[in-house]
Design a protein around this ligand. Structure first.
Ligand SMILES: O=c1ccn([C@@H]2O[C@H](COP(=O)(O)O)[C@@H](O)[C@H]2O)c(=O)[nH]1
Length: 279
């Protein structure tokens, strides 16, 4: 197992173990106003906190990870950020891995601030991994890549996102991003998986294959949003990822959350079974 500044296993290995134990589902925590209402919660900091806490309580031990979407917390200002801190702490206490979906990317010096905010060992907003955007150049992500490595945390770099508008732009650069992540993981391998992952939507069909991209060569995990409300399911995961399916963390937010607090655990278990049947 690779040794990091933290002295423990890296994020890639921790995620591989969680997928082995609990299956490949990641529950997105996206507190849309309609969902807060359906869950009987208020549209304020207390409602956000309760929503996230209830999700964590219901899925702990049955899914590999949770993925709070920062946007839905930021829109409430400081009380939203306080709720996000609370939910990340609840996940740590429950032993559930957290992937904070913040899609950060900036010039290197500013990226250092983002890295300390989300990957620093003492930051209140620390998560096990974050999503990052490489559109200021892959190397601009260096502070996040290095701090994640040092602290046993991870990053998921946007490569081929799930939204249809992304295709035209991303097909120009996806191959370079995939190659850069593969190079990074080869230089800092985990025992099972490196800690630099990619965001590859479950909805992208044959795009990776069409571009000549072999996702199985990355040596890190694949965060696959687009399951559920965006139309993808277990069959699409198998079709998009092929040999890379064992490294996939399949993420669904609305598709699972709409089951409500009483149905969430069963909905997540059902998705886990469907995904496991593909491997
Ligand atoms: O390519 C991407 C990257 C991130 N997302 C995020 O995932 C969830 C999807 O929500 P659903 O309700 O399951 O559609 C959301 O937070 C997105 O910002 C993505 O969809 N695609």
């Amino acid at each position: 197992m690779s040794v990091h500044g933290s002295g423990g296993p890296g994020f890639g290995d921790r995620l591989a173990a969680a997928i082995e134990d609990c299956g490949p589902v990641c529950v997105g925590i996206d507190p849309h106003p309609q969902l807060l209402q359906a869950w009987g919660l208020s549209a304020d900091g207390a409602g956000l906190r309760d929503f996230g806490r209830m999700v964590v309580e219901r899925v702990a031990g049955t899914v590999a990870a949770i993925k709070p979407q920062s946007a839905f917390f930021e829109e409430y200002g400081s009380e939203g950020i306080a709720a996000l801190e609370h939910i990340l702490a609840a996940a740590r206490d429950a032993g559930v891995l957290s992937v904070l979906d913040v899609k950060r990317g900036d010039i290197g010096s500013t990226m250092g601030g983002y890295a300390r905010a989300y990957l620093g060992d003492r930051s209140p907003l620390r998560a096990d991994a974050i999503t990052v955007s490489p559109y200021l150049g892959y190397e601009s992500l260096r502070p996040a890549l290095d701090l994640a490595h040092e602290n046993g945390r991870g990053v998921f770099v946007l490569a081929l996102t799930s939204n249809p508008e992304a295709r035209e732009l991303q097909r120009e650069v996806a191959g370079k991003i995939v190659a850069a992540a593969a190079h990074e993981n080869a230089a800092r391998p985990g025992r099972l998986l490196g800690s630099v992952g990619l965001v590859v939507g479950a909805t992208i069909g044959s795009a990776a294959e069409d571009l000549g991209i072999d996702l199985a060569t990355v040596g890190g995990p694949m965060l696959a949003p687009g399951v559920g409300a965006q139309g993808a399911g277990a069959a699409e995961i198998a079709g998009v990822f092929g040999e890379a399916v064992p490294f996939v963390l399949a993420s669904s937010s609305r598709g699972l959350l709409q089951a409500g607090p009483d149905g969430l655990r069963a909905a997540a278990a059902e998705l886990t079974s469907a995904l496991r049947a593909q491997t």
